[in-house]
Design a binder for this molecule. Structure first.
Ligand code: TYM
Length: 343
């Protein structure tokens, strides 16, 4: 019997930030370290998702390898056969399953994807690619090829998880048991020990999510920021004029975001942080505590990153890609047969 699968990926473009780290990487690595005897762990690099919007292609190879290195520096063990680290484009079944599933997904349901709506609104019409539109189907293929059950992602990916479940149920209803349907979103949160999906906000503008595509980078802490740069970003984070540390996302989104960040750095709940600093009236003092802990986190992370063995990472990638081609091709054959492409 194969083990249930936990799977996630982080696009290889620009630089990864603490939203990616806390939203997807940390819960995954925690599972990889603690539960790989019960679950197969798939931490992959969705490189085909990297150019749905225009990028500098001369940087792509470096970004892909950077993702792999960051996963390992964040603690992904390489010496465990239940943990797989692979590049999406090295397993061609991802692309082929996407082409097949495209025919079973409606334009209407794709047009409702809020991430597509947001991203396409920021680009001029001739720069909105078909790839950007179709990206949730590719993401569904990434998940369904391996029968993944749990998928740690940030809150912005919830809708994509839901459409993946819809596609799986639709295909199973029509063609028999083809895919494992991933667990519903509420169960996913429960599994990863969270009450809700995580959404770290931009430090300069806490009304929006911290995002790789932010042009100024002022409100985004990148994993490659120097500890001093990160410190400055936290010290100048937008707060409010209430002069009282409270966890109130509605009325004090800036300070609540900083509480979230400190809780994640410490591995405790926001309520615990809030209880410790409740009512503190000098935001500068509170920010300094968070800035120091963030600086320490980045110092440690970056020193692990600098001491990695790249050859060992490449060997792991190649081993996993061989194994993943077998698993993915088995699913692909099953689908091809079910829809009549193979006898
Ligand atoms: P991507 O590369 O945009 O983001 C990677 C992960 O980081 C999370 N994230 C955040 N979490 C909390 N707060 C934030 N501010 C924040 N910003 C980003 C994202 O939710 C995500 O979990 N489509 C995916 C990549 C992907 C994938 C998959 C994920 C492709 N195939 C299959 C899971 C399973 C994406 O573009 O994520």
């Amino acid at each position: 019997m194969s083990k249930p699968v936990i799977l996630t990926g982080i696009r290889a473009n620009n630089d990864l930030h603490i939203g990616n780290y806390f939203g997807a990487m940390l819960p995954m690595i925690d599972m990889a370290k603690r539960r790989s005897d019960e679950y197969d762990i798939h931490m992959f690099i969705p490189d085909l998702h990297s150019f749905t919007a225009p990028i500098d292609h001369s940087q792509l190879q470096a970004s892909i390898m950077n993702n792999a290195r960051v996963y390992v520096a964040a603690g992904l063990p390489l010496d465990n056969p239940s943990i797989h680290l692979y590049r999406q484009s090295y397993v061609p079944a991802h692309s082929e399953l996407t082409v097949l599933l495209n025919n079973f997904v409606g334009m209407g349901e794709m047009e409702r994807m809020t991430q597509y709506k947001d991203k396409s609104a920021r680009l001029s019409n001739d720069r909105v690619s078909v790839g950007l539109f179709d990206y949730p189907v590719l993401m569904a293929s990434d998940i369904l090829l391996y029968n993944a059950k749990y998928i740690p992602v940030g809150d912005d990916q919830t809708q994509h998880l839901e459409i993946t479940r819809d596609i799986a149920e639709r295909m199973n209803g029509r063609f028999g048991e083809l895919f494992t349907v991933p667990e519903p979103v509420a169960k996913q949160h429960e599994f990863f020990g969270k009450e809700q999906g995580l959404r770290i906000k931009d430090l300069a503008d806490p009304s929006k999510k911290m995002s790789k595509s932010d042009e100024t980078g002022k409100g985004v802490i990148f994993l490659s920021d120097s500890p001093d740069e990160a410190r400055k970003k936290i010290m100048s984070a937008t707060t409010d004029d209430k002069a009282s540390v409270n966890y109130d996302k509605e009325n004090q989104p800036g300070i609540s975001n900083i509480i979230d960040i400190l809780a994640l750095l410490r591995g405790v709940t926001p309520a615990e942080v809030a209880a410790e600093y409740q009512g503190m009236d000098r935001y500068g003092d509170f920010k300094k505590i968070v800035a120091d802990e963030m600086a320490q986190f980045l110092t440690d992370f970056q020193s692990r990153l600098a001491s990695l063995n790249d050859a060992a990472i490449l060997t792991k990638l190649e081993e996993s890609e061989r194994a993943m081609n077998e698993v993915a091709n088995t699913t692909l054959r099953r689908v091809q047969k079910a829809i009549g492409l193979r006898s």
